[in-house]
Design a binder for this molecule. Structure first.
Ligand code: ATP
Ligand code: MG
Length: 400
């Protein structure tokens, strides 16, 4: 077992000592068996949420109604969930009800794919009733039980299947794939927020190039927000050598550059994304356009250090040939005369005081941007007296 599981062992031990069963389950077990870095470790137990709460000092009741509490231990967080099965998903959001069950086998039977339906005990022993280990060895994604039933029950699982293709580079078993072809329209019933979470993970996968053709051939893209309005969009995605992206914002930038008919705001609204994603995507799009009209220094400055890597990722994905590497971008940024507005030797107050007879307004901001840009592009030096002289050349009356 690796360090992450060893670190979590005391939680299983505490549960065992108190007479409960407990296992590691879900994605971390799968990733450990594949040999990938493991993400969050989830634990399934026969203890009820209240009982788990009594046993540990730091417990956060994150999803008590679904049987889950978060246990904080040794600076890590673990989701500890009572063995359960799920009822029907009538609203396609949450199961109507959750039943606690006695043993791990029943708990495992509700899980989506055989590779995700393996439990691991404290000594590393596996409980693998659906032969998930074999699926992992073959690199195959197959549902627990009949795919038709499982996708009808919760259609989100189709999107999850495709995101696992992108994350793991696995293939879909033929029955799983056929069922997706047949049930793709059910994706329209899924809450967009749930789709977005899975779709973002797909975008972050290293094998997205393997997932896009599956969307096209199963017609799944025709049941996704925005993609359904433009059949060529997913086809365009499939023509590119895709790389793992950082988040949804980076993908939005690319989708918008492919098909400018749909503004970023529209994507954000349709996929119910955050304002943070909207701001980042918009800045990446404007930066990409600025760069390609030759304003390279200004682009690098406007992006700021944090967004250099996302910019390099999207630029290289858009082009057949790498056009900029991160080392060069960072060097360019470091060589800039200033790195943020605050480093300019003048500010808005100075400009106001030099034009005290002129009422303040948006002209101050546009003056600052003009000066900022002249400095960045090396036309004037960032010294107060020099900038002042340049500012004073401006005659506000001319523009009134
Ligand atoms: P990741 O490493 O990306 O988090 P994961 O497999 O852990 O992948 P989660 O969404 O965290 O994915 O779900 C944890 C586990 O819960 C899954 O491995 C699976 O066993 C089960 N699960 C999650 N979503 C569903 C679902 N819609 N239907 C059935 N089982 C699910
Ligand atoms: Mg997980």
């Amino acid at each position: 077992m690796n360090n992450a599981f060893q670190k979590a062992e005391p939680i299983l031990q505490t549960l065992h000592r108190n007479g409960y069963q407990a296992y590691f389950v879900g994605g971390a077990v799968r990733d450990f068996l594949i040999g990938r870095p493991t993400g969050d470790i989830d634990i399934a137990t026969s203890a009820k949420p209240e009982q788990v709460q009594e046993l540990f000092e730091k417990v956060i009741p994150v999803g008590i109604e679904h049987g889950t509490v978060m246990v904080r231990y040794d600076e890590e967080s673990y989701e500890v969930t009572t063995f359960r099965t799920e009822g029907d998903y009538h609203d396609y959001r949450h199961p109507d009800h959750v039943h606690f069950v006695k043993d791990i086998y029943e708990d495992i039977s509700r899980r989506d794919f055989t590779m995700n339906a393996i439990a691991m005990g404290i000594d590393g022993e596996l409980i693998d009733p659906y032969d998930g280990l074999n699926a992992i060895t073959k690199g195959e994604i197959e549902t627990v039980g009949k795919p038709d039933d499982r996708f009808e029950e919760d259609p989100l699982r189709m999107m999850r299947a495709l995101r696992f293709v992108s994350q793991l580079g696995f293939t879909l078993s033929s029955t799983t794939y056929q069922a997706i072809q047949q049930h793709a329209p059910l994706l329209e019933n899924i809450a967009v927020e749930r789709l977005s979470i899975e779709f973002e993970k797909l975008i972050q996968g290293h094998h997205a190039s393997k997932a896009w053709p599956l969307f096209i051939h199963s017609n799944t893209d025709q049941h996704l927000p925005v993609f359904k309005e433009e059949p060529s969009l997913m086809r365009y995605c499939a023509t590119k050598k895709w790389r793992a992206l950082g988040d949804f914002a980076e993908a939005l930038c690319i989708f918008h550059l492919f098909e400018p008919t749909f503004p970023i705001e529209y994507w954000v609204k349709e996929w119910k994304l955050s304002n943070k994603i909207k701001r980042k995507a918009s800045l990446l799009v404007s930066s990409y356009n600025e760069w390609h009209v030759g304003n390279e220094l200004w682009t690098i400055y406007k992006l700021g250090f944090e967004l250099l890597s996302p910019f390099v990722r999207i630029s290289n994905l858009m082009r057949a040939k790498d056009e900029i590497d991160i080392k060069t971008a960072k060097k360019m940024f470091e060589a800039l005369p200033i790195h943020r507005r605050e480093e300019l030797s003048i500010n808005g107050k100075d400009i106001r005081s030099w034009f005290s007879n002129h009422p303040p307004g948006p002209w101050i901001e546009s003056m600052l941007v003009t000066i900022e840009r002249l400095v960045i592009e090396g036309h004037i030096t960032n010294e107060k007296e020099i900038l002042k002289e340049r500012v004073l050349q401006w005659n506000p009356q001319e523009e009134d």
